[in-house]
Design a protein around this ligand. Sequence first.
Ligand code: ZN
Length: 214
Amino acid sequence: MFSRIFTVYTCLFVLGGCVYNDEPMPRITYDHSSKIALRKESQGQPRLPLRGENIPGDWLPPSQVEKKWIAVVIHHSATKNGSAAIFDKWHKEGNYWEGVGYNFVIGNGTNSGDGQVEVTFRWRNQIIGAHCGGTRGNWANKYAVGICLVGNFNHTTPTMQQMRSLVKLVRFLQNRYGIPKSRIYGHNTTPGTRATDCPGKYFSVAKLKSMLEF
Ligand SMILES: [Zn+2]
C-alpha cells in the first residue's frame, strides 16, 4: 500500500516537474515605471531619519518624475579641477551628449566649493545617466546614481569636505531608496562595467562603506 502511494506521488512530482520546466524563464527587467511606488512608501514605513542632518531641497527630485534607484556608482573626474558646468561643457562638446553624464558632482574647491554638491539636470529630470557604460541592459546608467568627485585619485585622495558630503549624499540615497551598502560601487567594481581605474587607487570604497549605517 505504502509503495503504491509513494509511486503515485513520485509520478505526480515528476509530471509536475516537467510542467514546471516547460514554463519560460522569468525575464529580469529593470523597468521601474512610475506605476511602481517607492519601496518604503509602498510598505507604509516612514523613511529613516538622517541623524538630524538637513537635506538640501534640490536633492529631492520632483515627485511626479521620481524613479526607483537601486545602486550608487562613485567616480572621480581624473582631473585636478572641475565642476558640473565644466563637465557639462566637456561632455557636450567632446562626447556629443546632451550634457554632463553624472547625477551629482562634488567639488574640491577648484571650480566649485570644496565639498559642494552640485545637482545636475539628469537628477532634476530623473533621466538616464551617461557614466557607467557596458553593463547588462545598461542597468547602471538607468538605475544607479552616478556621483563624480572632482580630482584625480590616482594621485591624491579626496578632500575631507568631499568625503563628508559624499557620506551625507550616499546616506540620503540609501535611506530614500532602500539601497544597501552592498550596492554602493566604485566605477571599476560595478558589475558588468568596462575596465577602468575609476575612481582611482587612492579612493577607498571600503572606507566609504565603513562610514555608512547599513
Ligand atoms: Zn568613472
